[in-house]
Design a protein around this ligand. Sequence first.
Ligand SMILES: Cc1cc2nc3c(=O)[nH]c(=O)nc-3n(C[C@H](O)[C@H](O)[C@H](O)COP(=O)(O)O)c2cc1C
Length: 332
Amino acid sequence: MTQPANDVTRAEARSALELAARASLRAPSVFNTQPWTWRLTGDVLSLESDPGRRLGVTDAEGRLLLLSCGGALHHARLALAAEGWDAEVVRFPVAARPDLLARVRITGRAEPDPDAQKLASAIGRRRTDRRAFGERLLSDATLAGLRRAVEAEGAYLHVVPGDRVPELAVAVDLAADVNFFDPPHRTELTMWTHRPAWTGDGVPPNTAVEPSLRRVPARNFLPDGSPGLLAGVDHDEGATYAIIFGDTDRPVALLRGGEAMSALLLRATAEGVATAPISEAVEVAWPRQLLTRLLSGIGEPYLIVRLGYVESDEGIPPSPRRSPVEVIKIED
Ligand SMILES: Cc1cc2nc3c(=O)[nH]c(=O)nc-3n(C[C@H](O)[C@H](O)[C@H](O)COP(=O)(O)O)c2cc1C
């Protein structure tokens, strides 16, 4: 077992790591599956994927699971930096254990990082906002900041030019159609949109949006037509559609892609920009090829994110989360 840095006691390290794991509970995840477990052993915090929470139909290859887990890892790293802890993160530390995604260890104290504090304070405010965004455009400076945030995590951001958004819409629409006409997919969707409250997961109707005309279709999380949020009077006129992508789709690259996703979503939230991930087009083979074409073949698409501003003072209710005792295993 590793020893904590000299001036940090084991108790301090454990308490800081547990708080970081707790901060990660609010990370976004596909269908709000939260497919991860944290294990605190000695002074090491391990992140494990939970294969029982992988979407067997929608995410057969586990790409979205790894992106989701990467989001949790980035939330935890941010929480540590915001509290003034230096940490070492080793991704996939044991080749024979592909479910062991990362080990985090405190290596010492640092000044609390003001930028990390700003982003960490956005964790509780961030929501997937599926309503339509208005005409207001993101400024070039805001977009440049978001791109830097993604690149700092080892991934890339491609902003889809306005004249190619229809191509993106076709890719998402095709994928949505494939999913819609696939009975096992519909069963999976129904399961994750009809969760009993005690599970603390899934996508409840009060965070889903009712179908309406959009530049790029929003995912229908109301498969039985139950009422949800109204999209609003706008139609995403000013929305920016960006694709997070990387060099490969190897597991470590996807995990880092998830860290980049979290960096993007939290920085956007901190800047007052609303966000909504869209993954349908990466879930189905042919639409994913269309996305690769939008990237001119230079990378592997991980996730689409819609960014913009909502012309409404009404907030989105927080989606549920699993309880810390269920997700964080505290051992000696
Ligand atoms: C990898 C990934 C893929 C996602 N795909 C979609 C999607 O296609 N459509 C959508 O509306 N939300 C999508 N989401 C958002 C999740 O549904 C959302 O994070 C989850 O329900 C929790 O809600 P919150 O983000 O408001 O905390 C995705 C999130 C992640 C991390």
